[in-house]
Design a protein around this ligand. Structure first.
Ligand SMILES: NC(=O)c1cnc(OC2CCCC2)nc1N
Length: 333
């Protein structure tokens, strides 16, 4: 029924469930990176709510999705298709499980996996894809669901650690993690608390909420950082191992986490995990485990991926910390 023909009572009837539905869809989209409806469904419902509140201003309420920060109509970021899917990682929760994964891999008849691994800290942020053409940064995007992400190019342009121009005319995609340093997270929440805004539950949510802004000026103020960690078309870099690809990215001016380590034995893997389990709290950024990758990149290719995750690398997750239950924040723009 067109809003113009609705009675106040009928409008009231319609508004409550509409707000509830939009808030739920907003959570799925903004917090879980996992929307249950297509954008046009969300936008159509949102427009209906805007019309109802415009026709019946007395029905407006501060907690309506239309009243969020900025109050601008929530349009979405444009979508980006990832030609090479941005896969998530299989994960294990104990060193024994990790060793079983390795043994299975060694026994993998069709590929003789040289037992050489590159170990990396698992940065607790959100995945980021950067595309360069002839050395110039042309696109930044999020993982999204692995094949469809969001365009955040204007936002990544404001992140200090991301080079706009490489020292070599490379046309290549680079992948890494966008994160918010712990100190920046604390400072941001103090500012939000003082301004009566809801705080972020953890640095990862703060990074996601800050990177996925429609307004780059907001992103610019959020002190986001990056650690780059993977080049899908590594052949173009002239490297043969994961460790070499990290060194090449350092040469190109990217921020790459300095704590990777090439190892050849279970003892060294256990030692690395033990060392960073202890050091975790001292790091200036959040980590939620370590990532073990077969170092030889050709072997990675031969091992390939299962439908969801690569076979050639695995994440070991630390036991969950006590997460303070702070009110979650949805950053609407
Ligand atoms: N959070 C991290 O620090 C991290 C995440 N992912 C990867 O590797 C990708 C490469 C292809 C699939 C996973 N490495 C990391 N260090």
């Amino acid at each position: 029924v067109p809003v113009s023909q609705l009675s106040l009572a009928a409008a009231k009837e319609e508004i409550a469930p509409l707000r509830k539905q939009l808030t739920q869809w907003g959570k799925e989209y903004y917090e879980q990176d996992n929307p249950s409806v297509e954008d046009y469904v969300y936008d159509r419902a949102y427009q209906r709510l805007v019309e109802l509140e415009t026709r019946f201003p007395e029905l407006k309420s501060a907690d309506s999705p239309t009243q969020r920060v900025g109050g601008a109509v929530t349009t979405q970021l444009t979508k980006v298709h990832h030609d090479i899917p941005m896969l998530s990682m299989g994960d294990v929760f104990s060193v024994d499980e990790l060793m079983d994964f390795n043994r299975r891999q060694q026994e993998n008849g069709d590929v003789t996996v040289a037992p050489e691994y590159n170990l990396e800290l698992k940065i607790d942020g959100l995945s980021l894809s950067l595309v360069y053409e002839n050395g110039k940064l042309v696109q930044g995007s999020t993982r999204g669901n692995g094949t469809i992400g969001e365009d955040v190019t204007a936002n990544v342009m404001t992140i200090k650690s991301i080079p706009h121009q490489l020292p070599e005319p490379l046309t290549l995609e680079f992948r890494g993690e966008c994160y918010m340093p712990k100190a920046s997270f604390v400072k941001l929440n103090q500012e939000r608390e003082a301004a009566g805004l809801p705080v972020f539950a953890n640095p990862r949510n703060a990074a996601a909420g800050s990177l996925r802004q429609l307004d780059p000026k907001v992103t610019a103020k959020r002190d986001l950082a990056t650690f780059m960690y993977y080049v899908p078309e590594y052949q173009k870099l002239g490297v043969t191992t994961q460790a070499e690809s990290l060194d090449r990215m350092r040469e190109l001016g990217f921020s790459v986490n300095p704590n990777n380590r090439v190892v050849h034995s279970e003892e060294e893997i256990a030692a690395y995990i033990d060392e960073y389990t202890k050091q975790r709290d001292q790091l200036s950024y959040g980590i939620d485990g370590i990532v073990e990758k077969v170092n030889d990149l050709a072997t990675e290719n031969a091992l390939g991926n299962t439908v969801k995750v690569p076979r050639w690398e695995i994440a070991y997750k630390f036991p969950p910390e006590e997460q303070a239950t702070i009110v979650r924040d949805i950053v609407w723009t």
